[in-house]
Ligand binder design. Sequence first.
Ligand code: AMP
Length: 294
Amino acid sequence: MSMEVIQTVDGLWRAKHQLCSEFAAKEQKRPYVGFVPTMGNLHDGHLSLVRRMVDECDVSAVSIFVNPTQFGPGEDFNEYPRTPEADLMRCEDAGVDIVFIPESGALYAPDHSTEVIVRKLTDGYCGAARPGHFAGVTLVVAKLLNIVHPDIAYFGQKDYQQFRVIERMVRDLDFPLDIVMSPTVREPDGLAMSSRNAYLGDDERRAAATIYEGLEALADAFAAGQDGAEALKEVARSKLADMVQLEYLEIADAWSLEPKESAASGDVVLVAAKVGGIRLIDNIILAAGEENAD
Ligand code: AMP
């Protein structure tokens, strides 16, 4: 079956209805519909979500949309890498049924005036550094979930705060779906895959890898029995290359994201840093005396 590439909301509804009807007629049951929202420029991190969806679902949809409402003034909306042809080929190779790739005008009416705000969880970390960012994320994800209406949607652990924010929105607004957090996919040296890594020069790229080195060293120190947050954070900081300008490094409760003074198994370590002006984020979940889940 060939992949459908759809640019309008109406077109998406029709294509999804058709595919679901065909599946129901053939299999005598309602299909389980999966969804992976992305901003495109797909790398192996995105594809891990896509492949998992295709594996677990009867009908699979990916959206590719560089969402203007989640970029602040002076951020990289215009420069954000756009590679639609390569993205479509990757989706087709992965066995995706529908790719939704709307123009901005197909999603946002010129007088759109509704906000979707998750409070508190969005105050700190990336929310503090990027005012309005999470309001843009929750708005577009709410719209995409209403348009695609999946049974399950997949998000990456790489954007940990984003996942917790979306999870809270889904719970608070009773969106009828499951959401899944899938592990961060990394480069061989540990750097979390990100479309923004392509902006890094060679020296910056090497320096960027020390962010995950720091996280791993912190997690190892925790596994070895250290639990004071300040001392643990110092272990991570000591690994960072000089070029890495830390924006935040915090050990936090996995659900509330409240900072912890004493770390416990299951807590998350959240980090954001700039390397040569490029903002990178990462995280790791602490585990006592065993492999850390990243
Ligand atoms: P984006 O295109 O950056 O909006 O990302 C789309 C989805 O892919 C989000 O759920 C991200 O968390 C996820 N994602 C991005 N990078 C990675 C990665 N390195 N590993 C796993 N998931 C990722």
